[in-house]
Ligand binder design. Structure first.
Ligand SMILES: Nc1nc2c(ncn2[C@@H]2O[C@H](COP(=O)(O)OP(=O)(O)OP(=O)(O)O)[C@@H](O)[C@H]2O)c(=O)[nH]1
Ligand SMILES: [Mg+2]
Length: 315
C-alpha cells in the first residue's frame, strides 16, 4: 500500500469521530470574525460528545482561545489549524513509540478487560515484528476462557510464530514462566504474553496479574519490559477508570487503544492522554493486521479533524 493509502486508512478509521467533530462546523463558523461564545459552546458540545471529558475539553478550548486571539476566522482552516495544535499538545506526552532494542528476549505482558482486543492486538504486533525481521514467541496465558488458547494458536499459524501453551485450566503464571524460559533458550527477540480478560474491580484477578509479573521477575528483574494495557475506545470515560485501576495494580508502561473505527468516541484518547500521561504505543482502527498503527500525536490530531496526516514517516 502506498504511504498516502496507509495515511488515509487512519483518517478513515477515525471517521466516525471526525465526522461528529467537524460536520457542519464550517457552517457554524461562517461569517464569524472571532471565536465567540456561540462557537465555543458548539465546539464544547462536540468535544464532550466525542468523550473528551469536561476537564480536557476545557483545557483544549482555553488553549484554542489563546491561539486564535486577534486572528480573523474568515477561513475555517485557521480554526482547524489551531484546534489541531491544541489537541496535539495534549497528546504529546504520550507520544513514545515502544523501543525493543537491546533486550533479548524483550517481554511484553498484555492485560485488559474482557473483549478489549488483547489477543487480536498481540497477533497484529506479532505480524508487525515479523515484518521487521524479529523472531517472536507467544505465550498463551489466557488459560481461563474457552477457546482462548486456540485463538492465539490461530494467530501463531497466521503469523508463523510459535505459541507456548498448556491445557486450559493451567496456571497462567506457570505457562508464561515456561514460555519465557523457552524464549531465552531459543534466543527469541520478543515474547508476548496473552492474559485472560478481567475487570479492574476483580481484586483476586488483579492479584493474579501481579503474581505473573513476580514470576517473570524471577527470570529477570526488569521483566516484563512492557506491561501493555489494551483499552477499547468505545467504553468512553470508563476506559479511564480501567486505566487508573490497572495502572495502580501493575504499573502500566504502555497503552493500546482499540476499536477506534467502531466509535464516535475517539476523543477519549485525549482524556486518557491528559489524565494518565502513560505512553500510547498503538491504536487499533480495524480488525485486520494492517489496522494496528503506531501512535503518533500529530497524525492522530489531524485524523481526528478529518485531515490528512502530517507525519508521513510514522505509518
Ligand atoms: N473493529 C475493530 N475490532 C477489533 C479491534 N481490535 C479487536 N477487535 C475485535 O474485537 C473482538 C475481541 O477481540 P479479542 O482480541 O478476542 O479481545 P480480548 O481482549 O483478547 O478478549 P478476551 O480474551 O475475551 O478478554 C474481536 O472480534 C476482534 O476482531 C479494532 O481495532 N477494531
Ligand atoms: Mg483474548
Amino acid at each position: 500500500m502506498s504511504e498516502t493509502g496507509v495515511l488515509s486508512r487512519l483518517r478513515q478509521g477515525l471517521s466516525k469521530t471526525s465526522d461528529a467533530l467537524t460536520d457542519g462546523l464550517a457552517t457554524a463558523a461562517l461569517g464569524k470574525k472571532e471565536l465567540d461564545a456561540e462557537l465555543i459552546t458548539e465546539l464544547e458540545d462536540r468535544l464532550l460528545l466525542a468523550d473528551v471529558g469536561i476537564e480536557t475539553t476545557t483545557k483544549i478550548l482555553d488553549d484554542l482561545a489563546s491561539r486564535v486571539r486577534r486572528k480573523e476566522l474568515d477561513n475555517i482552516e485557521i480554526l482547524y489549524d489551531a484546534l489541531q495544535e491544541s489537541i496535539a499538545e495534549i497528546l504529546a506526552p504520550c507520544n513514545k513509540p515502544l523501543l525493543m532494542r537491546g533486550i533479548r528476549p524483550f517481554t511484553m505482558l498484555v492485560v485488559g478487560v474482557n473483549g478489549a482486543g488483547k489477543t487480536t492486538t498481540i497477533g497484529k504486533i506479532a505480524q508487525r515484528l515479523v515484518n521487521h525481521r524479529q523472531s517472536v514467541m507467544l505465550a498463551a496465558g489466557d488459560t481461563f476462557r474457552a477457546a482462548a488458547v486456540e485463538q492465539l494458536q490461530a494467530w501463531g499459524e497466521k503469523t508463523n510464530v510459535p505459541v507456548i501453551a498448556q491445557g486450559s485450566g493451567a496456571d497462567s503464571a506457570a505457562v508464561i514462566y515456561d514460555a519465557y524460559q523457552s524464549a531465552q533458550a531459543r534466543n527469541v527477540n520478543v515474547l508476548i504474553a496473552d492474559t485472560a480478560g478481567r475487570l479492574h474491580t476483580q481484586q483476586n484477578l488483579m492479584e493474579e496479574l501481579q503474581k505473573i509479573k513476580r514470576v517473570m521477575q524471577k527470570i529477570e528483574a526488569a521483566a516484563p519490559h512492557e506491561t501493555l494495557l489494551v483499552l477499547e475506545a468505545g467504553t468512553g470515560q470508563n476506559a479511564i477508570k480501567q486505566a487508573i485501576e490497572f495502572h495502580q495494580a501493575l504499573n502500566i508502561t504502555g497503552l493500546c487503544i482499540t476499536k477506534l473505527d467502531g466509535t464516535a468516541k475517539g476523543g477519549v484518547v485525549l482524556a486518557i492522554a491528559d489524565k494518565l500521561k502513560v505512553p500510547i504505543r498503538y491504536i487499533g482502527v480495524g480488525e485486520a493486521v494492517k489496522d494496528l498503527r503506531v501512535f503518533d500525536a500529530h497524525n492522530y490530531a489531524s485524523a481526528l479533524l478529518g485531515r490528512e496526516a502530517i507525519n508521513a514517516a510514522i505509518v
